[in-house]
Design a binder for this molecule. Sequence first.
Ligand SMILES: [Zn+2]
Length: 297
Amino acid sequence: MFKRTIKFYNIIIIIVLLLLAFYSDKITNNYTKTETKRTISEQASSFKVYFIDVGEADCILIDDNGTYTLIDGGNNDDGNKLVKYFNELGITKFKYVIGTHAHEDHIGGLDNIINNFTVEHFLMPDTTVNIKSYTDILKALQKKNILYETPKIDDEYTINQSQYKIFYIGNDREDLNENSIVLKLNYFNTSFLFTGDSPAYVEKTILSKDLKSDLLKVSHHGSQYSTSAQFLKKVNPKYAVISVGMNNDYGFPKDVTIKKLEYLDIEIHRTDKEGTIIVTSDGNELYFENQKTDTNG
Ligand SMILES: [Zn+2]
């Protein structure tokens, strides 16, 4: 009887010890997580990504605590409106201006940007095309004595507190979309994947990269030839932003793309429905707001 009681108590003690070990580990883990989150919030200052409503085109402004980067510049007609909008925001200088590829709906307004602001670095794929939007850029760069820089895959850049890495760039591919610069941007614990108009071919070549991102700028305005299921699963974003014009001629975004995003429970934001989409990061989470801007040419 006595022996059995001892045995019984031993078992109880062992169970209690195991429970203690398990929970103390959990408590420490949670504590470390909260601590890290708190430290990041203290270090992070102000970080915003604007998906500017430029109709059937792309224009993305990154404001990393007053250091600005521009990815694409809408259509030709958007140029002056963008200059006005950036003036209103108090911008005088861009650290990086990136033209993802030489289609008008991505680089149309970039000559106006180059002519009206200080541009420290201009990045674009190496392309030979005879498109007016493109030759206008070359002229503007020459006039302001700015170098035309072509980044290489895996090149890394620092904006201010954020960094981005070139995941893809095509050089002189016949399908201009296949030249699209794809880059991933990290701001503390949050990440964004910018894809230009890259088609499934490009997505396939970068599958081995660290694609996982909180936000995906859906490629090619939601075209059916991009956002392959395989790619989307690897990016595994919480949010998707589609830059697209209301009632556009192409029927973008395509239903098949929307369905893929919905199937994976990804929160969808569209410039044709919301206007300019402003995403703020505190280093841990992303927050969305909309703005009606007079930037749609
Ligand atoms: Zn496009």
